[in-house]
Design a protein around this ligand. Structure first.
Ligand SMILES: *[C@@H]1O[C@H](CO)[C@@H](O)[C@H](O)[C@H]1NC(C)=O
Ligand SMILES: *[C@@H]1O[C@H](CO)[C@@H](O)[C@H](O)[C@H]1NC(C)=O
Ligand SMILES: *[C@@H]1O[C@H](CO)[C@@H](O)[C@H](O)[C@H]1NC(C)=O
Ligand SMILES: *[C@@H]1O[C@H](CO)[C@@H](O)[C@H](O)[C@H]1NC(C)=O
Ligand SMILES: *[C@@H]1O[C@H](CO)[C@@H](O)[C@H](O)[C@H]1NC(C)=O
Ligand SMILES: *[C@@H]1O[C@H](CO)[C@@H](O)[C@H](O)[C@H]1NC(C)=O
Length: 441
């Protein structure tokens, strides 16, 4: 019997890995980044193209250092002018004479967004956020980036001719399709009039966690009010101290060495605090209180990076009781994937100016939240690991869970009736008060 259960588990795991390698994310099955090329006007061989990048992913966002869009031209195309972005290299424009040289003559240009303070005459609508894109759940009005370019090309919109190819997004984990011709985009120029592009191309980029990195970067620890054991993150979840592949780490009393080590700039490869799990991020899940009709969980996210802050971090949680989430304190929440009664997944993120930035370890690098859940009578139990998350991911990276046989267990003499019943109403009211205070902060 146990061997057949093991076999089933193995097949499930195998399926999961197979699915993962073809970029399927069960928490966001339709997620993709869509790039549109809208040909707006043409004049002889000059085409004005509006390029837009849409992040149609529920919770994955594009962080600093941002997207770096690349492709390869099929012929000797050049970019004469660019607004809302720029190419990193001008390339070899020596075949052109005169005062005005093209913006870019590279066979394979790399285009990056402009910074927030870019001059007005170089801007377009939806440009200039240093390549950062929000997600559908966290910031639906900030999922689009766009730039406009004037290109010189022979017959580029003629479908018989080759299109640019080898599109890349410049963000780890993504791969992009070739361009295909789709129905021309329509634009609302005002409330009464709609205009449309002369023709439109589409490129679809999709994400795979395994393409990005096979090494996890987050782990989960567990505790409860009914058991004294704290189940820590599994050892070596993200690497083992002292092995060649593990990241550099410092002990708590070595923080003064940070300055001499952190000369490499963006902090992405900077040292971690030395821990047994060696993960840059851990999530602690504490089952805190049981009331008659509700139960309360505290979540703490800790950053072990010595010099990396996470702006706009997010946490995706799968738990069967999420559909009865009554209240969440000091985080934002949005349910994901609501198929009928299967409403067990949601994304949490920080409150702007309060805890949307997860600071590095030396600067009190943690954020915390509590949530109040209703005990759905037919399902709720503290037994068999039910109160623990089924799946957690930080910034779209799955967190390593402790093995289920180590989960805290319910003491034999524990009875639901021994929980503090009378608290229900007062706790509920005071928690509403607390969340109002937090929002005002
Ligand atoms: C990409 O995402 C959009 C928006 O969710 C969706 O309409 C489209 O079908 C997706 N395309 C692919 C190829 O997944
Ligand atoms: C553009 O394509 C048309 C038909 O495909 C062809 O007759 C014409 O010569 C082409 N022009 C250039 C500049 O290649
Ligand atoms: C496609 O891009 C990759 C990475 O930029 C490059 O190594 C490869 O040579 C390119 N392929 C072609 C056919 O240009
Ligand atoms: C994409 O286009 C290039 C050049 O046209 C071609 O060599 C390649 O096979 C295409 N890739 C796919 C997946 O269709
Ligand atoms: C992290 O944020 C703190 C506080 O805003 C700032 O002082 C520090 O320079 C930031 N560190 C990095 C590596 O960005
Ligand atoms: C899903 O659960 C959330 C609370 O977690 C609730 O706000 C939402 O209405 C639920 N949706 C459905 C379709 O039940």
């Amino acid at each position: 019997m146990s061997s057949s259960a093991g076999g089933r588990l193995f097949i499930l795991l195998l399926l999961y890995f197979l699915c993962s390698s073809v970029a399927y994310d069960p928490m966001d099955p339709d997620g993709n980044i869509t790039i549109k090329w809208d040909f707006m006007t043409s004049n002889d061989n000059h085409y004005t193209v509006l390029v837009s990048i849409y992040n149609y992913q529920l919770y994955r966002h594009i962080e600093i250092p941002g997207w770096r869009l690349g492709w390869t031209w099929p012929n000797d195309e050049v970019i004469w002018d660019m607004r809302g972005a720029e190419s990193t290299n001008q390339g070899d424009c020596s075949r052109f004479k005169g005062d005005a040289l093209p913006h870019c003559c590279d066979k394979s240009p790399t285009i990056i967004d402009l910074p927030i303070g870019a001059p007005y005459n170089l801007r377009t609508a939806d440009c200039c956020r240093s390549g950062v894109l929000s997600s559908l759940a966290q910031g639906p009005s900030l999922i689009r980036a766009s730039f406009q370019m004037v290109i010189d090309s022979r017959n580029i919109t003629d479908d018989a001719n080759p299109k640019p190819y080898n599109f890349t997004l410049g963000v780890p984990g993504y791969s992009c399709s070739n361009a295909t011709t789709v129905a021309p985009s329509k634009f609302k120029s005002d409330t009464q009039r709609t205009t449309q592009a002369q023709s439109t191309w589409e490129v679809i980029c999709s994400y795979s966690q395994f393409r990005e990195s096979a090494t996890p970067s987050c782990c989960v620890s567990l505790s409860t009010f009914y058991d004294n054991t704290i189940v820590s993150c599994p050892d070596c979840s993200c690497g083992c101290q002292g092995t060649p592949t593990s990241p550099l780490c410092l002990r708590d009393d070595e923080q003064s060495r940070l300055k001499e080590l952190s000369s490499d700039g963006d902090g992405s490869q900077g040292p971690l605090l030395c821990t047994k799990h060696m993960c840059p991020i851990s999530v602690h899940w504490h089952v805190k209180v049981s009331y008659k009709e509700y139960w309360r969980v505290k979540m703490t996210i800790t950053n072990y990076n010595m010099n990396k802050n996470y702006s706009d971090w997010n946490l995706v949680l799968q738990h069967p009781n999420l559909r009865s989430l009554v209240q969440i304190f000091s985080f934002n929440y949005h349910p994901l994937l609501q198929y009928g009664s299967i409403n067990d997944t949601g994304v949490f993120w920080g409150i702007e100016y309060y805890n949307d930035m997860l600071l590095n370890y030396g600067e009190n690098g943690n954020v915390q939240s509590e949530m109040l859940l209703h005990k759905d009578t037919e399902e709720f139990t503290f037994k068999g690991g039910w109160p623990f998350p089924r799946r957690l991911s930080f910034n779209g990276h799955d967190c390593v869970m402790p093995p289920p046989d180590l989960y805290p267990s319910l003491p034999k003499d524990y009875s639901m009736a021994s929980s503090p019943l009378v608290y229900d109403v007062t706790v509920f009211l005071s928690s509403i008060l607390l969340s109002v205070v937090l929002v005002l902060l």
